[in-house]
Write a protein that binds this ligand. Structure first.
Ligand code: BG6
Length: 320
């Protein structure tokens, strides 16, 4: 009697091991053929169907999701710790903002001004963006993404190198004047929030979003001792976050930003947020490069506006 053996190749993905599933998602991912850059940039799809680009170049590692054009990770090789904070509780789900990295708040900041049914911080961070181009430039990995949110057309260019650069460009495609708010909501990872010092906003007045009060410039650097949710109104081209625990300085250099939001949810709010760990407020703060409220942007027909941020990191030992 002849006995035949057949190799068991499961067709149904539910029969695959997690490793096989991951391999299949990477190999069959059409993004790699069109936009992959060898080992430096590979695309993968999460279980929930989100497309993610993973950067592993000679200069840094990083991660960017097409949903929200959301930079989720960045770590240059000269830095011992990741630069961006990413919550361990973040949902990586369709139409849900990722908690951490750099969400894009556009075309409104916070609650919608007229319609409470609209999502907080606008639509850009939960929409799927189109990937337009990837390239290697002087060793940096560059991704260009686009999104149409009528009447606006947006181009977002992200450059992963020794530093991380992101440039948000809006065009008004309508025949009338339009207004928008923008915040590039950067979550920074900290060794210990109690010991971090934020410099660069000493001369800028701010609105305390928790009390509704406007404060004149304090003249001193910011230290976190409680829930902090402030909109600073005035240009701050360079903000430096000193982190003595990680022994590093993180610098945020920006152009065309007239507002900066500084946020830390502290204890009670952290507990209320479902996608944020109860103690994670200890290891993060947000410095948001923005144009909001009285500094929202008005642009005429076919006009452009762009805002750029560069995040870099240096060791504190070097300069002290
Ligand atoms: C900040 C706001 O920009 O984002 C805070 O100033 C808000 O008020 C925070 O709580 C987080 O917002 P969300 O929508 O991501 O939970």
């Amino acid at each position: 009697m002849a006995i035949s053996f057949r190799l068991f190749v499961p067709r149904n993905t539910s029969q695959l091991t997690p490793l096989q599933k991951k391999h299949r998602r990477t190999m069959s991912n059409p993004w790699n053929a069109r936009f992959g850059l060898g080992h430096s940039l590979r695309f993968d799809e999460t279980e929930s169907g989100l497309v993610v680009g993973r950067i592993e170049s000679d200069l840094c590692t990083g991660r960017v999701f097409l949903q929200g054009a959301h930079i989720a990770e960045f770590q240059p090789f000269h830095s011992e710790h990741p630069v961006l904070f990413l919550s361990s509780q973040s949902l990586f789900a369709r139409e849900k903002a990722i908690r951490g990295g750099v969400p894009i708040c556009f075309p409104w900041f916070g609650a919608h001004p007229m319609d409470a049914g609209q999502p907080a911080h606008g639509l850009a961070r939960i929409r799927n963006w189109e990937l337009l181009e990837t390239r290697i430039e002087s060793g940096d990995i560059v991704l260009r993404m686009g999104l149409d949110l009528p009447p606006f057309a947006i181009r977002y260019s992200v450059r992963f190198g020794k530093s991380l650069r992101y440039c948000f460009e809006v065009t008004n495609r309508s025949s009338s004047q339009q207004t928008f708010e923008l915040a590039l909501h950067t979550y920074l990872r900290l060794g210990d929030v109690h010991r971090a010092v934020v410099m660069g906003l000493e001369q800028v007045p701010f609105l305390d979003q928790l009390t509704g009060q406007v404060h004149s410039a304090r003249g001193i650097p910011i230290r976190f001792t409680e829930e902090t949710d402030r909109i600073y109104q005035g240009a701050a081209k360079m903000i430096v976050v000193e982190d003595p625990v990680y022994r590093r300085r993180v610098m945020l250099q920006s152009s065309d930003s007239q507002s900066t939001i500084v946020w830390n949810p502290w204890i009670a709010k952290s507990k209320r947020m479902a996608d944020f760990g109860d103690d994670e407020y200890l290891t993060m703060c947000c410095i948001e490069t923005a144009n909001v409220r009285e500094n929202r942007i008005e642009i005429g027909p076919e006009a452009n506006h762009s805002t750029m941020v560069e995040v870099s990191v240096e060791s504190m030992e070097k300069t002290t």
